[in-house]
Write a protein that binds this ligand. Structure first.
Ligand SMILES: Cc1cc2nc3c(=O)[nH]c(=O)nc-3n(C[C@H](O)[C@H](O)[C@H](O)COP(=O)(O)OP(=O)(O)OC[C@H]3O[C@@H](n4cnc5c(N)ncnc54)[C@H](O)[C@@H]3O)c2cc1C
Length: 414
């Protein structure tokens, strides 16, 4: 079949790859000059089924409330006259019960595990380079009470088959010697030996090249202006460079997806949640982290990517605004530098902001909406790099009319 994938982020490109493997004729439309130039460009790089907890939890409402008057929080919620924000926030609050947090976490976790296995197969099949690191991730706690609570919380994911180990500060220093000089600042950590990290942009760009080698057609510099329908079918996509047609369409437009879908009568419960990302050069004499992780008290994620150190933080509800200033990065840089004083070239930060396509539940949306030839692969939130290859397989299975290999209940529109 002729299939058109809209968007060349990590989700669109992995989907294109799975569709090409199934023998389809695939065209990818992307407004940027290359693949993975938006949210997939500068995420934290963590491939983290061991951290698949839903954001909507019984603790979240208090965090949101606190952010109304505090500016130094990792979570920044400022009320705006934006009906989409209010609708999304109410849905999010409805997910904050213990029972829903648990169900949402388990659903996300199942997808993340499936996706990690699919990712490893894709890497083996294509040999795509991505500055990967496969020795696990450390989730660090600076105070004993938070650490104890997190140890109790691991039961949810351990029940789902995840190997999670509570480790003390000496063990932390053994697992990542870069943390040895600061181990006394830590109360403990959860170590997930099967979690990993890598550069999503490098992977996506390499995979796009592999797709081209398989016959995939990438139309870069092509902005989608509208999706045209007749009856219950999409018939063409209007772009700034003319029309494109296919038999089947897949939407993988990240945070832009709800804006285009709305015009088709489909309401996608996705809101952009802004994050800040810094990349620093790592040079001779530096002691960067050996493996990635999260400073949980400060909600700062980090990973070494070859000769770079990536640090990300913050969840800000600021609509589609991508502006940033050095002050936005001050707290996260201070926290990361406190752990890795010689981790990289701290005076040469490359700043960026990007938007997580978040659903209230934290799980993505698959399958058909109002049109019978338009599939959605959207809303991967804060875990799209981890979920991408599994989400791509699920989408290819749906397009082919096959059963998906894992259940997708709770992740569809219909
Ligand atoms: C700060 C931060 C840290 C993160 N850390 C992690 C992490 O450690 N691990 C993890 O698993 N996930 C992480 N994520 C989440 C992950 O990065 C995202 O879920 C993922 O990148 C989403 O991919 P996507 O392809 O859906 O979106 P995008 O990468 O944004 O791709 C969408 C594509 O669609 C294109 N597009 C949009 N509109 C149009 C149009 N009209 N015409 C043509 N093209 C269009 C865009 O140009 C873009 O290339 C993080 C996110 C942030 C913000």
């Amino acid at each position: 079949m002729k299939v058109m994938v809209m968007g060349a982020g990590v989700i669109g490109v992995t989907t294109a790859y799975c569709l090409l493997k199934d023998g389809h004729e695939v065209t990818v439309l992307e407004r940027n000059a290359g693949a993975a130039e938006e949210t997939s460009a500068t995420n934290a790089g963590l491939i983290a089924p061991g951290h698949a907890y839903a954001w909507a939890s019984p603790k979240a409402p208090a965090m949101l409330l606190k952010s109304l008057w505090r500016d130094d929080q990792a979570l920044r919620f400022k009320p705006r006259l934006d009906p989409r924000l209010w609708r999304w926030s109410l849905s999010f609050l409805r997910q904050c019960t213990a029972a829903r947090a648990r169900a949402n976490t388990l659903r996300k976790h199942r997808l993340c595990l499936y996706a990690q296995a699919a990712f490893n197969e894709m890497v083996a099949e294509t040999g795509v380079a991505y500055d990967g690191e496969n020795r696990g991730l450390l989730y660090l706690y600076r105070n004993a009470r938070d650490f104890d609570q997190s140890v109790a919380k691991t039961a949810i994911l351990s029940g789902g088959g995840q190997d999670l180990r509570a480790v003390d500060r000496d063990e932390i220093a053994r697992i990542d010697p870069a943390l040895a000089p600061v181990k006394d600042k830590l109360a403990g950590a959860i170590y997930c030996p099967t979690d990993a990290s890598g550069d999503a942009r490098l992977f996506t760009q390499g995979l796009a090249e592999a797709c081209t080698g398989m016959g995939g057609r990438f139309l870069y510099g092509t902005a989608i202006r509208g999706i045209e329908t007749e009856g219950d079918q999409v018939v063409r996509v209007a772009t700034d460079r003319g029309e494109e047609r296919a038999e089947v369409y897949v939407m993988a437009l990240g945070c832009e997806s709800p804006l285009l879908a709305r015009r088709l009568g489909v309401r996608l419960p996705i809101y952009p949640v802004k994050g800040y990302s810094v990349t620093l050069p790592v040079e001779a004499g530096h002691s960067p982290p050996a493996i990635g992780g999260v400073d949980e008290g400060n909600l700062v994620a980090y990973a070494r990517m070859g000769k770079r150190l990536r640090v990300t933080a913050t969840a800000e509800f600021a609509g589609y605004d991508l502006a940033h200033k050095p002050a936005d990065f001050r707290h996260m840089l201070a926290a990361a530098r406190d752990l890795f004083p010689a981790g990289g070239q701290w005076d040469r930060p490359d700043y960026r902001a990007c938007l997580r396509p978040m659903t209230p539940e934290g799980s993505p949306i698959f399958g058909l909406g109002a049109q019978r030839n338009l599939y959605y692969n959207v809303g991967h939130g804060h875990m799209g790099w981890t979920m991408a290859c599994g989400a791509a397989r699920i989408t290819a299975d749906l397009v082919a009319g096959r059963d998906t290999e894992i259940p997708i209940e709770g992740m569809t529109l219909r």
